[in-house]
Write a protein that binds this ligand. Structure first.
Ligand SMILES: NC(=O)c1ccc[n+]([C@@H]2O[C@H](COP(=O)([O-])OP(=O)(O)OC[C@H]3O[C@@H](n4cnc5c(N)ncnc54)[C@H](O)[C@@H]3O)[C@@H](O)[C@H]2O)c1
Length: 317
C-alpha cells in the first residue's frame, strides 16, 4: 500500500488534480471533511501527508499518526497548526505564501476606501428610501496627506504601499522582523507600535497570528488610536480583542472598523450588528479565480515533490 494523503476539506477542491499528481507516485488520496482533530485521526490513521485548510492540527494529531511526515496548508497563515509539536515530531510543514497577495492588498484598500467614503452607510440609507447626501455621514476628512499605519510588513503589507500612495496617503509601518532598509526603499517610515497607533488615521493589520500578535489590538492599543481613526483587518480575527473593539466603537474612541476576519466569525460579527460604523466581509479577501487555482494546486505539488525526495518550495518547519 502506498502513502495515504488525507485532504481534510472538500470545499476548495474535488481532489481530481491531487489524484492525477499523487497517484502515479503510489499515493492514495482520501478526502474527509474534518472539523476537529478527532475527525483527522479517524480519517487518516495511516496518513503520510495531510492537505489542510482550516482544520486544527495539534498535538493529538501528531501523537496519533505515526506515519505522518508532511502537512501542506492551503493558505498563507499556519496558525491552525501546532508548529512546535510538528518540529518535535520531525514533520515538514509547508504553506502557499504567494497565492493571494495582490487580492488581499486590494481588499484591504477596498475596505479602507469604503469606511473613509462611508459607502456602506450611504448604500443602506439609499435603499431604505433616504436620498440625503452627506447628512448623517459627516465628517469625511479625505485621504490626501493622511497616514496609513501597517502592522506587519511582509508580502501583503508591502503591496499596500503603492496602492496607498496612489491615493495620496503617507505610509508608516511596524514590523520588528523587517530591516529598516526594506521600508526605506519603499518610502515607508519605520515606527514603533505605539507611534503607529498614535499617528495613524488608518491602521491596517498584516501580521500573522502568533502568541505575540494575539490581541495586539486590545483596549490599551485602542486607547492610543485617534478618535478619527479607522481599523482595517484582513489578516486574522484574533489580532483584535473584539470585545474591546466593540467598547471602543461604542464609546467613540475610534471612528470605525472594516474587517474580513473577526474572532468567532459570524457570531463575532453579529455582536456588532447595530453599529453603523462597522463593515464586514466574510473571510474572502484571498479570492479571485486565479488565486484559487494556485491555492488548490500548490499543496499537492509540494507533497509530490516530497514523495519524490525533493525539498518542498515553501517550508515553514
Ligand atoms: N483574509 C484573507 O483572505 C487572508 C489571505 C491571506 C493571508 N491572510 C493573513 O494575512 C497575513 C499576512 O500575510 P502576508 O502574506 O503578508 O504574510 P508575510 O509572512 O509575508 O508577512 C507577515 C509579516 O508580519 C510580520 N510580523 C510577525 N510578527 C509580527 C509582530 N509581532 N508585529 C508586527 N509584524 C509582525 C513578519 O515579520 C512579516 O513581515 C497572513 O499571516 C494571514 O494570516 C489573510
Amino acid at each position: 500500500m502506498g502513502a495515504d494523503i488525507l485532504m481534510t476539506s472538500s470545499k476548495l477542491s474535488d481532489g481530481k488534480y491531487e489524484r492525477k499528481l499523487l497517484e502515479p507516485l503510489g499515493a492514495r488520496l482520501i478526502i474527509a471533511d474534518c472539523k476537529n482533530e478527532e475527525d483527522v485521526i479517524d480519517a487518516g490513521k495511516e496518513a503520510f501527508g495531510l492537505i489542510v485548510t482550516v482544520t486544527p492540527i495539534g498535538e493529538k494529531v501528531f501523537n496519533a499518526l505515526p506515519n505522518l511526515k508532511i502537512v501542506a496548508r492551503t493558505g498563507i497563515g499556519v496558525d491552525n497548526i501546532d508548529l512546535e509539536t510538528a518540529r518535535k515530531h520531525g514533520v515538514t510543514i509547508c504553506n502557499v505564501p504567494d497565492y493571494c497577495l495582490n487580492e488581499v492588498a486590494d481588499h484591504a484598500m477596498a475596505l479602507l476606501l469604503a469606511t473613509e467614503r462611508k459607502i456602506v452607510q450611504q448604500h443602506m440609507k439609499v435603499i431604505s428610501g433616504k436620498w440625503e447626501g452627506v447628512k448623517g455621514v459627516k465628517p469625511i476628512y479625505g485621504l490626501q496627506e493622511r497616514v496609513l499605519g501597517l502592522i506587519g510588513f511582509g508580502g501583503i503589507g508591502r503591496l499596500m504601499v503603492p496602492r496607498a500612495k496612489a491615493f495620496g496617503l503617507k505610509v508608516i509601518a511596524y514590523d520588528p522582523y523587517v530591516d529598516q532598509s526594506v521600508m526605506d526603499d519603499l518610502g515607508v517610515l519605520s515606527v514603533t507600535l505605539n507611534e503607529l497607533l498614535k499617528n495613524s488615521d488608518y491602521v491596517s493589520l498584516h501580521a500573522p497570528l502568533t502568541d505575540e500578535t494575539r490581541h495586539v489590538i486590545d483596549s490599551n492599543a485602542l486607547k492610543m488610536m485617534k478618535p478619527t481613526a479607522f481599523l482595517i483587518n484582513t489578516a486574522r480575527g484574533s489580532l483584535i480583542d473584539r470585545v474591546a473593539l466593540k467598547t471602543a466603537l461604542a464609546d467613540g474612541r475610534i471612528a470605525g472598523a472594516a474587517m474580513d476576519v473577526i474572532e468567532d466569525n459570524l457570531e463575532g460579527a453579529q455582536s456588532f450588528s447595530q453599529m453603523p460604523n462597522v463593515i464586514f466581509t466574510s473571510y474572502m479577501a484571498y479570492y479571485t479565480e486565479k488565486s484559487l487555482d494556485l491555492l488548490r494546486k500548490t499543496p499537492a505539488e509540494e507533497i509530490a515533490r516530497f514523495l519524490k525526495g525533493k525539498p518542498v518550495k515553501n517550508r515553514v518547519v
